[in-house]
Design a protein around this ligand. Structure first.
Ligand SMILES: *Cc1c(COP(=O)(O)O)cnc(C)c1O
Length: 418
C-alpha cells in the first residue's frame, strides 16, 4: 500500500526511495531494514551535539512528567523563564526580551511584525523591508516574501510583498553591496528593517561572506536608524565556529531569530529576541498596542526543557572546543578534496563546508542534485545536494572515520555522477 504521507520538498511523481528510519544515535541513522546512514547534514541543520543526546533526552523525559503544555498568554512556567534568562545572558548585549514560537519561519514572521509594530507605535509607520540577495528565511508567506524568488515560490508570487534586495557581498564585490545598502537606507521610501542571514546563506547555496562585511552592514543600518534583523536560525549554536555568527563580527542586532539548534535539534522551538526600544514601543496601558502574535505551542514546556538542557551542555561541556576541532577536521578534509578536477569551487565557514561540482557539458544542473543525493544515499550517507553544490554540515559528535567516509564519497561522486 502506498503511504498517505505528503513529504516536504519531495516530488512524489519521481518515486524516489524514501528510507524508513527507526532510530538514531550520535551521527548515525538506523533504518527499519537494518541499513545505516551517516547524518552529514544534521537532519536538515537542526541536530547540533548529536541525535538522542542523553542530557537532552533526560530533560525531555523529566519535563513530560511535570507539565506538558500551557497557554502562554497570561500564564508562565519555569522552563520558559529559565530559558529566557539564559538566552539574554548568552546572546549579544542589548537583546533583553524573548518572544517564543515554534519554528524558524515563525520566528521570522514575528521579527517582521515586531519591526512594523515598532515603527507604527513610534508614529512613523514604515513597512519596507530590505533583504540580501539569495536569502532564505522560511516558507510561510512573509518569510518567503523576504527570501529569494524562484521556482519554489512561483505559485505564490502574487501574494508575496515587495522588498528591496541588496546584492550578495560576494568576494571582491563587498563594497558594491554596502554601497547599495547605504543608498537603500537613504532612499525616500525609508526602510523599516534589513534582514540577513549572518555569514552564511544556507538554502541560497551555502554562500559565505566575511564578518567585516557583516559588521559594516550593521553599522550602516545603525547610522540610519534602520532595524537590523539577524536570522540565525541556521547559523546559531556553533555552526560558523562561534556560538552565533554575529559574535564573529562583534555586533548586536536589534532583533535576533533562533530555532533549529535551540533544543539541540530534538524538539521544535523558536525565539525572537528584541531590544528594549522595540519592546517599549509596544508598552502601554492601551491593549491595542500589544504585540498581536501567538502560536498554540508558544514556549511549550517540554521544548523549553530541551533547550535548557542544550544551554547546560554549552555551559558545562567543552562544546566550543568540539566545534573548533570539527572546523579544523573539516578544513583538513576540504584541503585534500580535488574530485579529480571536477570540483570547481570549495569553501568553508566554521563547521560547514561546501563544494561545487563542475557540470559536464550537456548535463542539466537541475538533474545533477537529485542524482548526487541518491548516490550518497546508496552509500550510507545523508547528504543533500543543492543543484551542483554539496555541503557537509554535521553534528559535532561526528568521528574522523565517519567524516572520511563522507569525503571519500564526495570524491567518488565526482567521477561517477555526471
Ligand atoms: C531553516 C531556516 C528557516 C526556517 O526555519 P523552519 O523551522 O524550517 O521554519 C529560517 N531561516 C533560516 C536562515 C533557515 O535556515
Amino acid at each position: 500500500m502506498s503511504s498517505p504521507v505528503w513529504h516536504a520538498f519531495t516530488q512524489h511523481g519521481l518515486n524516489e526511495e524514501i528510507p524508513l528510519i527507526a532510530r538514531a544515535q550520535g551521527a548515525t541513522l538506523y533504518g527499519a531494514d537494518g541499513r545505516e546512514w551517516i547524518d552529514a547534514i544534521s537532519s536538515w541543520w537542526v541536530i547540533t551535539h548529536g541525535h538522542c543526546e542523553p542530557r537532552i533526552q533526560a530533560a525531555i523525559r523529566a519535563q513530560t512528567d511535570q507539565l506538558d503544555q500551557l497557554i502562554f498568554a497570561g500564564w508562565t512556567h519555569e522552563p520558559a523563564e529559565t530559558l529566557a534568562r539564559a538566552l539574554v545572558d548568552i546572546t549579544p548585549a542589548g537583546l533583553e526580551h524573548v518572544f517564543f514560537s515554534d519554528s524558524g519561519s515563525t520566528s521570522v514572521e514575528v521579527a517582521l511584525k515586531m519591526a512594523l509594530g515598532y515603527w507604527l507605535h513610534r508614529g512613523e509607520p514604515r513597512h519596507r523591508i530590505l533583504v540580501l540577495e539569495h536569502g532564505y528565511h522560511g516558507d510561510t508567506i512573509g518569510a518567503m516574501s523576504v527570501g529569494a524568488r524562484g521556482v519554489y515560490n512561483r505559485a505564490y508570487e502574487p501574494l508575496l510583498f515587495d522588498v528591496g534586495t541588496i546584492p550578495f557581498p560576494a568576494v571582491g564585490h563587498e563594497q558594491a553591496s554596502l554601497d547599495a545598502l547605504e543608498a537603500a537606507c537613504r532612499a525616500d521610501a525609508k526602510p523599516a528593517a534589513f534582514i540577513v542571514e549572518p555569514l552564511v546563506l544556507g538554502a541560497g547555496g551555502m554562500l559565505f561572506y566575511g564578518a567585516e562585511t557583516l559588521a559594516r552592514m550593521r553599522a550602516i543600518c545603525a547610522a540610519h536608524g534602520i532595524l537590523f534583523i539577524a536570522d540565525e536560525v541556521m547559523t546559531g549554536w556553533g555552526r560558523t565556529g562561534t556560538l552565533l555568527a554575529c559574535d564573529q563580527a562583534g555586533i548586536a542586532p536589534d532583533i535576533l531569530c533562533l530555532s533549529k539548534g535551540l533544543t539541540g535539534g530534538a524538539l521544535p522551538l523558536a525565539v525572537t529576541l528584541a531590544t528594549p526600544a522595540i519592546f517599549d514601543a509596544h508598552l502601554s496601558d492601551d491593549r491595542a498596542r500589544m504585540f498581536f502574535h501567538s502560536s498554540s505551542y508558544t514556549a511549550n514546556p517540554v521544548a523549553c526543557a530541551a533547550a535548557n538542557a542544550n544551554i547546560a551542555i554549552w555551559r558545562d561541556e567543552p562544546v566550543a572546543e568540539r566545534v573548533t576541532a570539527l572546523a579544523a577536521m573539516q578544513a583538513e578534509r576540504l584541503a585534500r578534496i580535488d574530485g579529480r578536477g571536477r570540483i570547481a569551487a570549495k569553501r568553508q565557514m566554521g563547521t560547514i563546508t561546501a563544494m561545487e561540482y563542475a557540470v559536464a557539458e550537456g548535463n542539466y544542473l537541475s538533474a545533477l542534485g537529485p542524482k548526487l543525493t541518491a548516490f550518497f544515499r546508496d552509500r550510507g550517507l545523508l547528504l543533500r545536494a543543492m543543484g551542483n553544490t554539496v555541503y557537509v554540515l554535521p553534528p559535532y559528535c561526528i568521528s574522523p572515520a565517519e567524516l572520511d567516509r563522507v569525503y571519500d564519497a564526495i570524491e567518488e561522486a565526482a567521477e561517477r555522477v555526471g
